[in-house]
Write a protein that binds this ligand. Structure first.
Ligand code: C5P
Length: 234
Protein backbone atom coordinates (compact mmCIF):
# COMPACT_ATOMS: atom_id res chain seq x y z
CA UNK A 1 0.00 0.00 0.00
CA UNK A 2 1.40 3.44 -0.87
CA UNK A 3 1.84 5.93 1.99
CA UNK A 4 -1.04 8.17 0.86
CA UNK A 5 -3.46 5.24 1.13
CA UNK A 6 -2.60 4.82 4.80
CA UNK A 7 -3.96 8.29 5.60
CA UNK A 8 -7.57 8.98 6.57
CA UNK A 9 -8.24 12.72 6.91
CA UNK A 10 -10.65 13.61 9.75
CA UNK A 11 -13.20 16.16 8.50
CA UNK A 12 -14.00 17.67 11.89
CA UNK A 13 -16.25 20.57 10.92
CA UNK A 14 -20.02 21.15 11.11
CA UNK A 15 -20.06 22.48 7.54
CA UNK A 16 -20.46 20.17 4.55
CA UNK A 17 -19.18 23.02 2.36
CA UNK A 18 -15.94 23.21 4.33
CA UNK A 19 -15.66 19.39 4.43
CA UNK A 20 -16.16 19.08 0.66
CA UNK A 21 -13.62 21.86 0.16
CA UNK A 22 -11.01 19.69 1.89
CA UNK A 23 -12.07 16.69 -0.19
CA UNK A 24 -11.61 18.52 -3.49
CA UNK A 25 -8.33 20.10 -2.35
CA UNK A 26 -6.85 16.79 -1.18
CA UNK A 27 -8.13 14.39 -3.86
CA UNK A 28 -6.68 12.42 -5.53
CA UNK A 29 -3.56 12.44 -3.33
CA UNK A 30 -5.63 11.36 -0.35
CA UNK A 31 -8.98 9.69 -0.98
CA UNK A 32 -10.07 8.49 2.48
CA UNK A 33 -12.02 10.79 4.76
CA UNK A 34 -13.46 10.39 8.24
CA UNK A 35 -16.94 11.78 8.82
CA UNK A 36 -17.54 12.01 12.56
CA UNK A 37 -20.55 12.76 14.69
CA UNK A 38 -20.22 16.54 14.33
CA UNK A 39 -20.32 16.57 10.53
CA UNK A 40 -22.87 13.74 10.27
CA UNK A 41 -25.28 15.40 12.73
CA UNK A 42 -24.87 18.83 11.11
CA UNK A 43 -24.83 17.93 7.43
CA UNK A 44 -26.87 14.72 7.43
CA UNK A 45 -26.28 11.48 5.52
CA UNK A 46 -26.13 13.35 2.18
CA UNK A 47 -22.52 14.23 2.94
CA UNK A 48 -21.61 10.54 2.48
CA UNK A 49 -22.96 10.61 -1.10
CA UNK A 50 -21.24 13.89 -1.84
CA UNK A 51 -17.84 12.57 -0.77
CA UNK A 52 -18.42 9.27 -2.59
CA UNK A 53 -19.52 11.11 -5.75
CA UNK A 54 -16.20 12.99 -5.67
CA UNK A 55 -14.42 9.62 -5.69
CA UNK A 56 -13.60 9.61 -1.98
CA UNK A 57 -14.09 6.76 0.49
CA UNK A 58 -15.90 7.44 3.75
CA UNK A 59 -14.96 6.18 7.20
CA UNK A 60 -18.18 6.95 9.12
CA UNK A 61 -17.11 7.32 12.74
CA UNK A 62 -20.43 7.03 14.61
CA UNK A 63 -19.26 4.54 17.26
CA UNK A 64 -22.57 2.66 17.34
CA UNK A 65 -23.67 1.19 20.68
CA UNK A 66 -27.22 -0.13 21.24
CA UNK A 67 -29.16 -3.39 21.43
CA UNK A 68 -28.27 -5.82 18.61
CA UNK A 69 -31.55 -5.30 16.73
CA UNK A 70 -31.14 -1.53 16.60
CA UNK A 71 -27.47 -1.63 15.62
CA UNK A 72 -28.37 -4.16 12.95
CA UNK A 73 -30.97 -1.78 11.46
CA UNK A 74 -28.49 1.13 11.44
CA UNK A 75 -25.89 -1.19 9.94
CA UNK A 76 -28.15 -2.15 7.01
CA UNK A 77 -28.72 1.53 6.23
CA UNK A 78 -24.98 2.28 6.31
CA UNK A 79 -24.19 -0.73 4.16
CA UNK A 80 -26.70 0.49 1.55
CA UNK A 81 -25.25 4.01 1.76
CA UNK A 82 -21.94 2.72 0.41
CA UNK A 83 -19.86 3.58 3.47
CA UNK A 84 -16.29 2.24 3.11
CA UNK A 85 -15.57 1.81 6.84
CA UNK A 86 -17.54 2.30 10.05
CA UNK A 87 -17.31 1.41 13.73
CA UNK A 88 -19.10 0.40 16.93
CA UNK A 89 -18.24 0.09 20.61
CA UNK A 90 -16.88 -3.34 21.53
CA UNK A 91 -18.41 -2.77 24.98
CA UNK A 92 -21.84 -3.23 23.32
CA UNK A 93 -21.08 -6.95 23.58
CA UNK A 94 -20.39 -9.90 21.25
CA UNK A 95 -24.01 -10.34 20.17
CA UNK A 96 -24.19 -6.70 19.07
CA UNK A 97 -20.90 -7.04 17.16
CA UNK A 98 -22.12 -10.21 15.44
CA UNK A 99 -25.45 -8.61 14.46
CA UNK A 100 -23.66 -5.58 13.04
CA UNK A 101 -21.27 -7.81 11.09
CA UNK A 102 -24.20 -9.58 9.44
CA UNK A 103 -25.88 -6.28 8.59
CA UNK A 104 -22.73 -4.78 7.07
CA UNK A 105 -21.34 -7.43 4.72
CA UNK A 106 -19.79 -4.91 2.30
CA UNK A 107 -18.33 -2.41 4.76
CA UNK A 108 -15.14 -2.55 6.80
CA UNK A 109 -16.31 -2.82 10.40
CA UNK A 110 -14.09 -1.74 13.29
CA UNK A 111 -14.50 -1.98 17.04
CA UNK A 112 -13.70 0.92 19.32
CA UNK A 113 -12.22 -0.54 22.51
CA UNK A 114 -11.55 1.79 25.46
CA UNK A 115 -12.00 5.47 24.59
CA UNK A 116 -8.75 7.35 25.17
CA UNK A 117 -10.70 9.86 27.28
CA UNK A 118 -11.35 7.11 29.88
CA UNK A 119 -8.51 6.41 32.29
CA UNK A 120 -7.87 3.51 34.64
CA UNK A 121 -9.79 5.19 37.47
CA UNK A 122 -12.99 5.57 35.42
CA UNK A 123 -12.59 2.03 34.10
CA UNK A 124 -12.35 0.47 37.55
CA UNK A 125 -14.25 2.86 39.84
CA UNK A 126 -17.10 3.89 37.53
CA UNK A 127 -17.42 1.06 35.02
CA UNK A 128 -16.38 -1.62 37.52
CA UNK A 129 -13.93 -3.23 35.08
CA UNK A 130 -11.04 -4.67 37.04
CA UNK A 131 -8.73 -5.26 34.07
CA UNK A 132 -6.07 -2.74 33.08
CA UNK A 133 -6.84 -0.54 30.07
CA UNK A 134 -4.40 -2.59 28.00
CA UNK A 135 -5.96 -5.91 29.05
CA UNK A 136 -9.48 -4.64 28.27
CA UNK A 137 -8.34 -3.36 24.86
CA UNK A 138 -6.66 -6.70 24.01
CA UNK A 139 -9.61 -8.78 25.21
CA UNK A 140 -12.15 -6.76 23.24
CA UNK A 141 -9.95 -6.68 20.14
CA UNK A 142 -9.64 -10.47 20.26
CA UNK A 143 -13.40 -10.85 20.67
CA UNK A 144 -14.08 -8.41 17.83
CA UNK A 145 -11.93 -10.58 15.57
CA UNK A 146 -13.85 -13.70 16.69
CA UNK A 147 -17.13 -11.98 15.77
CA UNK A 148 -15.81 -11.38 12.26
CA UNK A 149 -15.03 -7.68 12.53
CA UNK A 150 -12.27 -6.32 10.31
CA UNK A 151 -10.27 -4.41 12.88
CA UNK A 152 -10.13 -1.94 15.76
CA UNK A 153 -9.62 1.72 16.38
CA UNK A 154 -7.08 2.21 19.15
CA UNK A 155 -4.54 4.65 20.48
CA UNK A 156 -0.98 4.34 19.15
CA UNK A 157 0.22 3.15 22.56
CA UNK A 158 -2.12 0.12 22.39
CA UNK A 159 -1.12 -1.06 18.90
CA UNK A 160 1.38 -3.66 20.10
CA UNK A 161 -1.02 -5.09 22.71
CA UNK A 162 -3.68 -5.50 20.00
CA UNK A 163 -1.24 -6.92 17.45
CA UNK A 164 -0.14 -9.57 19.95
CA UNK A 165 -3.66 -11.09 20.13
CA UNK A 166 -5.01 -10.72 16.56
CA UNK A 167 -4.07 -11.99 13.11
CA UNK A 168 -1.87 -9.98 10.75
CA UNK A 169 -4.76 -9.08 8.43
CA UNK A 170 -6.87 -7.63 11.28
CA UNK A 171 -6.82 -3.86 10.73
CA UNK A 172 -5.49 -1.39 13.27
CA UNK A 173 -6.61 2.19 12.73
CA UNK A 174 -5.16 4.84 14.98
CA UNK A 175 -5.80 8.53 15.69
CA UNK A 176 -3.55 10.60 17.98
CA UNK A 177 -1.00 11.13 15.22
CA UNK A 178 1.24 14.16 15.20
CA UNK A 179 4.00 14.65 12.62
CA UNK A 180 7.22 16.00 14.17
CA UNK A 181 6.60 19.49 12.74
CA UNK A 182 2.98 19.94 13.92
CA UNK A 183 1.32 21.33 17.04
CA UNK A 184 0.30 18.82 19.72
CA UNK A 185 -3.16 20.45 20.08
CA UNK A 186 -5.10 18.69 22.83
CA UNK A 187 -3.11 15.44 22.56
CA UNK A 188 -1.13 14.79 25.72
CA UNK A 189 0.71 11.91 24.14
CA UNK A 190 0.95 11.54 20.40
CA UNK A 191 2.90 9.39 18.00
CA UNK A 192 4.51 10.26 14.68
CA UNK A 193 3.08 8.70 11.49
CA UNK A 194 6.19 6.58 10.91
CA UNK A 195 6.26 5.28 14.47
CA UNK A 196 2.57 4.31 14.44
CA UNK A 197 3.10 2.32 11.23
CA UNK A 198 6.22 0.67 12.63
CA UNK A 199 4.24 -0.41 15.68
CA UNK A 200 1.75 -2.15 13.40
CA UNK A 201 -0.96 0.35 12.44
CA UNK A 202 -2.59 -0.02 9.01
CA UNK A 203 -4.33 3.36 8.78
CA UNK A 204 -3.63 6.73 10.40
CA UNK A 205 -6.48 9.12 11.20
CA UNK A 206 -5.07 12.64 10.91
CA UNK A 207 -7.14 15.80 11.33
CA UNK A 208 -5.77 19.18 12.32
CA UNK A 209 -2.15 18.73 11.20
CA UNK A 210 -3.65 18.54 7.66
CA UNK A 211 -6.94 20.46 7.81
CA UNK A 212 -5.46 23.22 9.99
CA UNK A 213 -2.41 23.72 7.78
CA UNK A 214 -2.09 26.81 5.61
CA UNK A 215 -1.53 24.41 2.68
CA UNK A 216 -3.23 21.04 3.39
CA UNK A 217 -1.74 19.36 0.28
CA UNK A 218 1.73 20.37 1.37
CA UNK A 219 0.95 18.98 4.85
CA UNK A 220 0.01 15.62 3.26
CA UNK A 221 3.26 15.67 1.27
CA UNK A 222 5.22 16.22 4.47
CA UNK A 223 3.37 13.40 6.27
CA UNK A 224 4.12 11.09 3.33
CA UNK A 225 7.79 12.11 3.40
CA UNK A 226 7.88 11.37 7.10
CA UNK A 227 6.30 7.93 6.55
CA UNK A 228 8.79 7.17 3.81
CA UNK A 229 11.61 8.27 6.08
CA UNK A 230 12.79 11.10 3.85
CA UNK A 231 14.33 14.22 5.33
CA UNK A 232 11.97 17.14 5.48
CA UNK A 233 13.84 20.34 6.11
CA UNK A 234 10.97 22.82 5.85
O1 C5P B 1 -7.22 16.70 14.66
P1 C5P B 1 -6.79 15.34 15.14
O2 C5P B 1 -5.67 14.75 14.30
O3 C5P B 1 -6.49 15.30 16.61
O4 C5P B 1 -8.07 14.43 14.87
C1 C5P B 1 -8.14 13.12 15.34
C2 C5P B 1 -9.48 12.53 14.99
O5 C5P B 1 -9.52 11.25 15.60
C3 C5P B 1 -10.69 13.29 15.52
O6 C5P B 1 -11.73 13.15 14.55
C4 C5P B 1 -11.07 12.58 16.79
O7 C5P B 1 -12.46 12.59 17.03
C5 C5P B 1 -10.63 11.16 16.48
N1 C5P B 1 -10.22 10.45 17.68
C6 C5P B 1 -10.74 9.20 17.89
N2 C5P B 1 -10.37 8.49 19.00
C7 C5P B 1 -9.53 9.02 19.88
C8 C5P B 1 -8.96 10.27 19.68
C9 C5P B 1 -9.35 10.98 18.55
O8 C5P B 1 -11.51 8.70 17.06
N3 C5P B 1 -9.16 8.30 20.94
Amino acid sequence: MIAEDRIIVALDTPSSEVALGYVSTLMPGVSQFKVGLELFCSAGPGVIDEISDSGGRVFLDLKLHDIPNTVSGAGRALNDAGVWMTNLHASGGPEMMGAAREALPDTLLLAVTVLSSLDQEVLSEYLGIQASVEEAVSRWAHRAEMEGLDGVVCSPREIEAVRSVVGSDFLVVTPGIRPAWSEMGDHRRATSPGEALQRGADYLVIGRPITGAADPREAVRRVVNEIEGEDDEQ
